[in-house]
Design a protein around this ligand. Structure first.
Ligand SMILES: C[S@@+](CC[C@H](N)C(=O)[O-])C[C@H]1O[C@@H](n2cnc3c(N)ncnc32)[C@H](O)[C@@H]1O
Length: 314
């Protein structure tokens, strides 16, 4: 299947990154290369991009789509997790960069490719790993995680109010038959939520559990938390950091990081004098998150939960 993903908030990102010809940029989630292609145009003739992705399908798609830029040595690709950002930036001479972009989460390719196991709309193996060469699959988590931990995953990462009932049903089911397909899990959840008498007509009842599983399988919040501090030493003074999130838990992590790094002092309020000697590293370019325009949402409904936040290195 060919790789498809429509870049979200593209014009807003280009504007926020403040790029000029010759700028150097790190795209930590290159995906289908939509943002990077536009960045390469904006920074032509000699701007350079380091593109990272944990998913080999994405790397192969970009190798094909942007072969010219790779040949001209304007694009370097790395197949790895973005929490190894600093190491790859140093290795490839991308220190003191003008901009860093994170466009978090899964791409349309993941949701539209049934064999990757991200979607409850197409039946496939319960996988959900961005990097299919390592780590536990969603099926491993569903079939082998203890009750309390599974409830906590669904509650914390999915804000699922029926987590307890859904986990009871999963445990009863997996005793006789392991749950290995996306549709089998989605149907079980639908049955439980329907029984509880609360079907939300706006979203499929399995949406929250699938989000929670994806976050757990890929340690998405851990990876983000480890990657953000690394950006501070890679950005030059005046360099821009732009981050697109797709749910409130991720957005909180970004908002807290930006606020913390923009503050003069991190001491508790009751301290009469500052003892932390923290120095602010960022100024906020966006006070509030930027959402997609109505036109973009008409064109690409998958952009609906996107929020862009931008900060500048001091
Ligand atoms: C929303 S897509 C990016 C789309 C891209 N901006 C474009 O225009 O096509 C997010 C990408 O991030 C990748 N990803 C998610 N978590 C990652 C991580 N921890 N390290 C590296 N890549 C990650 C996914 O594999 C996916 O390809």
């Amino acid at each position: 299947m060919s790789y498809h993903h429509e870049p979200v908030l593209l014009q807003e990102v280009l504007h926020a990154l403040n790029l000029t010809p010759g700028s150097t940029v790190i795209d930590c989630t290159i995906g289908g290369g939509g943002h990077t292609e536009a960045i390469l145009e904006k920074t032509a003739p000699d701007g350079r991009v380091l593109g990272i992705d944990r998913d080999l399908d994405a790397i192969h798609a970009v190798q094909e789509r942007l072969a010219g830029a790779i040949e001209q040595k304007r694009l370097v690709l790395v197949h790895d997790r973005f929490d190894h950002l600093a190491e790859h930036a140093e290795e490839n001479n991308f220190t003191n960069v003008d901009a860093i972009l994170f466009d978090l989460g899964a791409s349309s390719h993941h949701f539209d490719t049934s064999t990757r196991g991200f979607s409850f709309l197409h039946d496939g193996p319960l996988d959900m790993r961005y990097d299919t060469s390592e780590g536990k699959t969603a099926a491993d988590i569903i079939n082998h995680t203890k009750e309390k931990e599974l409830i906590s995953i669904f509650r914390t990462y999915g804000e699922e109010r029926y987590a307890g009932r859904i986990v009871d049903a999963i445990i009863a089911e997996r005793r006789s038959t392991p749950i290995t397909s996306t549709v089998a899990l989605a149907e079980l959840i639908q049955r439980i939520v329907r029984k509880a008498g609360s079907l939300d007509m706006h979203i499929h009842p399995a949406t929250r559990v699938f989000q929670a599983l994806r976050i757990a399988v890929n340690d998405e919040l851990g990876a983000l938390g480890r990657a953000l501090p690394q950006t501070l030493s890679l950005l030059k003074k005046g360099g821009r950091l732009a981050i697109i999130t797709f749910h409130s838990i991720e957005d909180h992590i970004v908002k807290d990081f930006f606020r913390k790094e923009a503050r003069e002092c991190l001491c508790p309020k009751e301290f009469p004098i500052c003892r932390c000697s923290h120095t602010p590293q960022l100024t906020l370019v966006t006070k509030k998150g930027i959402s997609p325009s109505v036109e973009e949402l008409k064109r690409n409904p998958r952009a609906r939960s996107a929020t862009l936040r931008v900060a500048e290195k001091i």
